[in-house]
Design a protein around this ligand. Structure first.
Ligand SMILES: Nc1ncnc2c1ncn2[C@@H]1O[C@H](COP(=O)(O)OP(=O)(O)OP(=O)(O)O)[C@@H](O)[C@H]1O
Ligand SMILES: [Mg+2]
Length: 253
């Protein structure tokens, strides 16, 4: 693996997922399918469980019931360490607040996992990271530290880092929420390019216009349940659930 050629996506299947924090039910039997190579936008009110769902998919959060299938592998509530390790390598995740390593250059942020987890030589990890920084338009800032980069630049480095281990699935949690409108569209353009590579993407977003244009399917999560899911344009233009209509009326003003 010395080039940044992407691996194509694999499907996600979520079946009856239930998650509690102490006795508070946060996900209440969520079932969703994201076909390989497609994009699902996850929308819904604050506190509805969107971030928690992505964290369960990324193996960052245990759950109590149901299953998560990533490609051929299915994880249940009692997933062992080995399958969680596999999950973390197959799934890349990007957050609203970037979560870059502050003491490392953009290049080192991207090359660290391929070098130290993937076992690439220093030169191969560097070449891979440079290819990925080029892909997100940040090769001119390879030596820069996160503190000297703008929000949009940091997010583009974070995207390159999420791609560095060749994930099959990319999870994005409100990755443009902290950015101004112009920078937002730069980051969304990078995401659209990744879609063209065939990765499977699940993204939490409040950008309804982007969801309508770029996602294949949309799901609305409220109170830990899927209120509605379907073709992105159909759901956004003609929601069939009252909960979706109410939410869209609010966010679209
Ligand atoms: N670590 C935690 N411990 C206890 N409760 C939590 C924890 N993380 C999330 N919750 C609760 O779970 C519920 C769902 O939170 P989550 O962050 O998944 O919502 P969200 O849909 O992503 O909201 P937002 O749009 O504001 O980001 C909320 O009631 C939240 O308070
Ligand atoms: Mg959230």
């Amino acid at each position: 693996m010395t080039t940044a050629s992407p691996r194509s996506g694999i499907g996600i299947g979520i079946n009856g997922l239930a998650k509690r924090f102490a006795d508070r039910i946060v996900l209440d039997g969520v079932s969703l399918d994201v076909p390989a190579g497609s994009t699902m936008a996850l929308i819904g009110p604050s506190g509805g469980g969107k971030s928690t769902l992505l964290r369960c998919l990324a193996g960052l959060e245990p759950f109590q019931q149901g299953t998560v299938a990533i490609g051929e592998r299915t994880l249940s509530a009692d997933a062992n360490r080995q399958s969680l390790g596999w999950l973390r390598l197959s799934v890349g995740m990007i957050f609203q607040d970037y979560q870059l390593f502050p003491h490392m250059s953009a290049l080192a942020n991207v090359s660290a996992a391929p070098r130290w987890v993937g076992g690439l030589s220093a030169a191969a990890a560097r070449d891979l990271a440079m290819d990925l920084l080029r892909k997100v338009g940040m090769d001119g800032h390879a030596a820069a530290f996160p503190g000297s980069l703008s929000g949009g630049q940091k997010q583009r480095v974070a995207i390159a880092r999420a791609l560095a281990m060749g994930p099959r699935v990319l999870l994005c949690d409100e990755i443009t929420a902290a950015l101004d409108p112009e920078t937002k569209s730069d980051v969304l353009a990078v995401l659209e390019e990744i879609q063209r590579d065939g990765l499977t993407i699940m993204m939490v977003t409040h950008e309804i216009g982007f969801a309508r244009r770029a996602a294949d399917r949309v799901a609305l999560l409220a109170d830990g349940r899927v209120a509605e899911t379907g073709d992105a344009r159909e759901v956004i233009d003609r929601p069939s659930s009252e909960r979706t209509s109410r939410f869209l009326a609010k966010v679209m003003g």
